[in-house]
Design a protein around this ligand. Structure first.
Ligand SMILES: [Zn+2]
Length: 187
C-alpha cells in the first residue's frame, strides 16, 4: 500500500467536530465526490487543487481499480473516537525529544503504549524530561487525533495539503487551522 495523508484538528485531545460539519466542508471544497462505501468518498473534482503533489505529474489513480482494491486516491473519515488514536507507518521517522532533540530510535513500543493509554507519560532517556507521546517531534510522520480525514494512496511527503484547505476545515469546525501527517493507510 502506498500510504495516506491525514488531516486532523491541531489538538488531538480536543472535542472533535461533528462528522457532518467535516463532510459538509469537504463537499463544499469539492474535496469529496459521491460516497464509496461507509464513511468513504471518491475524490472530488477539486482534490488536486487542494493537495499539491511533488514530482513531475505522478500518475494518480482517482477511480477504483477493477479488483475492488483500495489503493487509489479517495477520501475516508475516521472517528470521532473517545480517545485520540495514533497512526504510524513503515516510513515513520524516528521522533525526537522536544527538549533535547535526541532521536527516539525504538518508537514502535511508544505507538503501542499510546494505543493502550494515550495519556501514558514518556520520560526521555537522554535528558529525563517528561512528555506525552503525541508531543514528541514526529515531524508529520505519525498522525494523531480523535477524528481524521484520510486521503488514501499518497506517498509520504509526496502530497501536501494547501494552507487554504487546512484553514477552511478549521474555520468550518469553529477551530484553528488543521494539521497534517503521513502514515500507513487504515484500509
Ligand atoms: Zn530529551
Amino acid at each position: 500500500m502506498t500510504g495516506s495523508l491525514y488531516l486532523s484538528p491541531n489538538d488531538p485531545w480536543g472535542t472533535p467536530p461533528p462528522a457532518q460539519a467535516v463532510v459538509a466542508a469537504l463537499t463544499e471544497l469539492q474535496m469529496i465526490g459521491p460516497p464509496h462505501g461507509e464513511a468513504t468518498w471518491l475524490a472530488g473534482d477539486a482534490l488536486l487543487r487542494h493537495i499539491t503533489f511533488a514530482g513531475c505529474s505522478p500518475y494518480l489513480a482517482l477511480t477504483p481499480p477493477p479488483d475492488g482494491g483500495t489503493d487509489f486516491c479517495h477520501v475516508a473519515l475516521l472517528g470521532p473516537s473517545a480517545q485520540p488514536r495514533i497512526i504510524t507507518g513503515p516510513n515513520t521517522l524516528n521522533p525526537r525529544c522536544p527538549t533535547c532533540k535526541a532521536r527516539v530510535k525504538d518508537w514502535a513500543p511508544l505507538a503501542e503504549r499510546f494505543d493502550a493509554d494515550p495519556a501514558a507519560p514518556w520520560t526521555c532517556p537522554s535528558c529525563n524530561a517528561g512528555h506525552r507521546i503525541d508531543t514528541l517531534r514526529w515531524r508529520q510522520h505519525a498522525a494523531f487525533g480523535r477524528l481524521l480525514v484520510e486521503i488514501r494512496s499518497v506517498f509520504p511527503a509526496e502530497g501536501v495539503p494547501s494552507d487554504e484547505l487546512l484553514e477552511t476545515l478549521g474555520k468550518a469546525c469553529g477551530m484553528d487551522s488543521w494539521q497534517f501527517a503521513w502514515a500507513a493507510s487504515s484500509a
